[in-house]
Ligand binder design. Sequence first.
Ligand code: 6PG
Length: 245
Amino acid sequence: MKPELYVSNTPEEAAKAVAEVILQKAKEKNKQSLPLNMAVSGGNTPVLLFSMLATEYAEKIPWHIVRIFWVDERCVPPVHPDSNFGKAFDLLLQKVPIHDANIFRIQGEADPETAAKLYLQIVESQLPQKNNLPLFDLILLGMGDDGHTASIFPDSMSLLNVANAVAVSTHPASGQKRITLTGQVINSAADVLFLVTGGSKAPVLHDIFTSSGDYRHYPATFIHAANRPAVFFTDRDAMGESSQI
Ligand code: 6PG
């Protein structure tokens, strides 16, 4: 499924567009007296979004129904500067009335195989399932300038199709161990959003949206939601010169 594309003028506007989707999904779930089971990514791009959610959207989102999970985690303690949980906690979670019991972090401090097993138990016990896969309502992804997403890298494309919902991965440059959701569980989510901004992402975005170049070697190419395409929220810089995609 060819992904959808929304281009904002700035990273701030792109983050706001994603925040609006999260708000709408949370309101929809709240009306049905249902939780919003959402998995977020780490890295630098979500910083703007987390800060916006913690300020402008702190009073708007019904946080009591939000249950937050992680798409991936670096195998470091939560207080480590690389920790995806740590970043989300510092920027967002400690600033909004989300219930502690609704925060499901990956135990980056554990050894990788144990951390993966524990997180698999969490997602399998805390989420509805279909075809033996845990079902998220919303997954927020980023994309590296090598086309990776979650912690599924171009040299570990097999993680797009493995049966287990959670796997251990290794960053190809740093060798850092990661825990990641795998492709099948991401692609089973009701909605999958990418937030991708900045000029360094332009070449890969171009290839993905024009099905050209090395697009078949980018994990992000193969990501979609259960019954609809993934939606990329980007900015002008990420579109590069070829803003006509
Ligand atoms: C991580 C993320 C990863 C990230 C991309 C983009 O743990 O790093 O989950 O998939 O989304 O690497 O990172 P930036 O937003 O920093 O470019």
